[in-house]
Design a protein around this ligand. Sequence first.
Ligand code: PPE
Length: 304
Amino acid sequence: MEKSKKIWLDGKFVDWDKANVHVLTHTLHYGLGVFEGIRCYKCEGDGSAVFRLNEHTDRFFASAHIAQMEMPFSKDVINGAVKETLRVNGLDEGYIRPIAFLGDGSMGIYPKENPVRVAIAAWRWGAYLGEEGLKKGIRAKISSFTRHHVNVSMTKAKIVGNYVNSILAKREVVAAGYDEAVLLDTDGYVAEGSGENIFIVKDGILKTTPLTSVLAGITRDSVIRIAGDLSMKVIEQRFTRDELYIADEAFFTGTAAEITPVREVDGRKIGDNKPGPITKQIQRAFFDIVKGKNKKYGAWLSRV
Ligand code: PPE
């Protein structure tokens, strides 16, 4: 990864290489921590903007609430710190990673005096699944690993430990020669990617997984709004893996992945084995919005 200069740690900026923690950091041992992934884009002509910052900060605090971690900073402080992290590092675009974690203090699964610590890092991060994947679509495979059960992991929270399941799935499908994993829920229906929500298109209608067992993606929400504004019909309903196989189009959504077309699943071509017209239209609209080219969505941008 491309290093930046400074990282915001517990309210102060420290050098990138000095933003270290103790090896007995509680979150490192047991996985209870919460994080966010946010993107900032360069806007044509006039500066940069963070995409849907308030929504990300709200989700960050909601995750902490679910995890029973008391945030030592207000939402305003976090919002300000996200922008300041970009400025201090001279980043006009990039990925921002706020994380709240339990520091060292006591060990064992009943953390007592461990402080809740917060860090915000930002760095340049290009296309998550490759520039070519963004343009031509990627090849996905259904993982043998099932996505979280709603009463085993808290799926509304972006909890650090939830990502063990994602890493297992991702490694499995990459080893099989694919780009990204699709995970099924505990009932066998399509849930989400290792780090993305998923949409399919059939006969002009978009369908995405309901929020029951998947992360409430902010990009997913943006796509639902954009599609509605383009007079497209969107249904939030469970669908099966074979419904995905016979979809006309499919795409992943996520802050890191943005809008990534899926051109193949499990060796089966999706549509024409390339990004379909609706996917391309939504992708174009999304990139126009994040880059400040569509004033109608100005409320989604926080100027840096
Ligand atoms: N599902 C999962 C499991 C997920 O991790 C993400 C984001 C999403 C859906 C989409 O949510 P949103 O970003 O709000 O549209 N995954 C983050 C982490 C990726 C990583 O590898 O790290 C991200 O995209 O920032």
